[in-house]
Design a protein around this ligand. Sequence first.
Ligand code: HEM
Length: 137
Amino acid sequence: MQGPAAGNGKGQEGGETSVTYHGLEEVMKRNSSKELWLVIHGRVYDITRFLNEHPGGEEVLLEQAGTDASESFEDVGHSSDAREMLKQYYIGDVRSHQDPSKNDTCKSCWAYWIFPILGAILLGFLYRYYMAESKSS
Ligand code: HEM
């Protein structure tokens, strides 16, 4: 029950997680048969050693190398066995602000904080406005 894939989807907010995050730029560099990573549903897979075992052939994987292959993976209608196989190649999650299911990815990024801060400033202005209004009437 150890290892990075063990606690998938069960991580509670603020809880300890052992997930490694990879930037998309990092994934994009691994786009050859020497080193081949791809992203499926926000998760990063190192499928270098799977290349010549893939029942659908190497070609299709090389085409998708270093990219988000979620759509093509789904288009093929992979079996549950195929989905099960993914686990052994899992090496971490994508560091992304676009995947809402990963709610613990971007606490350190500006987008996470800027909206609450702007909201607070706006409320401050509204409060002052109403105070000024009520004094003058
Ligand atoms: C690491 C990711 C992948 C794994 C573990 C995987 C696994 C498999 C497996 C086990 C099969 C046999 C059929 C089945 O059980 O569904 C298969 C078939 C196939 N896969 Fe993948 N696959 C992966 C990614 C992809 C991607 C990204 C493509 C892109 C197009 C792709 C295209 C195909 C095709 C075309 C077939 C043949 C389907 C057929 O003959 O009916 N696979 N794959």
